[in-house]
Design a binder for this molecule. Structure first.
Ligand SMILES: Cc1cc2nc3c(=O)[nH]c(=O)nc-3n(C[C@H](O)[C@H](O)[C@H](O)COP(=O)(O)O)c2cc1C
Length: 301
């Protein structure tokens, strides 16, 4: 089975064994001075294909189209460690800011699809790549989604207003509603009022597109995989001229009320881990802001 999905051209193979060395699952071994895919359980990570100096290996699970981008060109050449400009990389990372003022300009679909493809260059637990991407490509779709999220918070606020219920739940060890009331209720109430009165969008900040990053059932580390892909998207968006903002309120609404997820066609067995608002930024910064102090803890053995 795996031999078919990992194709090794025996004529091209020179028996160097590099593929067997980098294979994380022991799927590839040398037999009669030729590489063979047999033992172990392949996770189809493609290390063998990438390391082979003879281009003798092809992992059929890998879809070449996923590394073909429409809005920019990139080299297929692997960059060895240390061969990138760290200073530029850090400047990009630190220049990404959560954008809360977007222009009306729509985002090209090709850009959104390229962002998804950049997202999936992230690592994933046991290479499961069980992530999902749902794209809301225009403001109209974002507004429709916002209505469902807002309706969830309207219902949540109405429940949180019930003092006796909050106190009772807290007494029986379920303090979540009370914590919400103390931490978020007022802010959410104001935002909802403003939305009804003037249409001001304090949820998605007027973004013209959204990408929701989720996971299919069965992944070994669904949240981690999705969030790593998400960070790729945030950084790439900045480099491509787009503003972005994570919308935790939308994630919370989807976790608490499955109908919010259904409202935009996401199957119930998927779990959403990040909602990324995207669009052209209307914000200009003069400099990079720092972070709060953090000190590492060492364990020297
Ligand atoms: C999990 C998560 C959820 C967030 N949810 C929201 C949100 O609902 N609305 C919002 O405006 N910003 C949201 N943010 C953005 C944070 O407020 C922001 O990352 C933080 O203030 C640091 O600013 P920076 O992203 O510009 O560096 C969220 C960030 C994270 C990591």
């Amino acid at each position: 089975m795996e031999e078919n999905r990992i194709e090794i051209d025996r004529d091209l193979c020179n028996g160097c064994g590099l593929c067997a060395i980098v294979c994380p699952t022991g799927t590839i071994s040398l037999r009669g001075e030729k590489a063979t895919a047999s033992g172990g359980e392949s996770i189809f990570c493609g290390h063998c294909e990438a390391v082979c100096p003879q281009e003798a290996i092809r992992v059929h699970e890998i879809d070449e189209e996923m590394s073909q981008y429409k809005t920019f060109t990139t080299e297929k050449q692997w960059l060895p460690p240390g061969n990138y400009n760290t200073s530029l990389l850090v400047q990009l990372m630190a220049s990404r800011r959560s954008c809360r003022h977007f222009t009306d300009q729509p985002v090209e679909r090709a850009l959104l699809e390229d962002l998804m493809k950049i997202g999936i260059t992230a690592p994933s637990g046991t290479n499961s790549q069980a992530w999902t991407f749902t794209i809301l490509p225009q403001r109209k779709a974002v507004q429709a989604f916002a209505k469902h999220v807002a309706s969830f918070f309207e219902r949540l606020n109405a429940t949180a207003e019930k003092t006796l219920l909050r106190m009772f739940l807290k007494l029986i060890g379920k303090g979540e509603l009370d914590a919400y009331y103390r931490g978020y209720y007022r802010k959410v109430k104001e935002a909802l009022e403003e939305w009804h009165e003037s249409g001001k969008d304090r949820l998605f900040h007027g973004s013209t597109a959204v990408i929701l990053v989720g996971s299919k059932p069965g992944a070994s580390s669904p949240a981690e995989d999705a969030l790593l892909a998400t960070q790729n998207i945030l950084l790439a968006a900045h480099s491509m001229g787009l503003g972005s903002c994570l919308i935790g309120y939308a994630v919370a609404a989807m976790k608490k009320d499955p109908s919010v997820q259904r409202s935009i066609g996401i199957p119930a067995d998927e779990e959403i881990h990040a909602v990324v608002a995207l669009g052209y930024s209307d914000e200009v910064y003069q400099r990079i802001a720092g972070r709060k102090k953090v000190t590492p803890r060492y364990f020297e053995g």
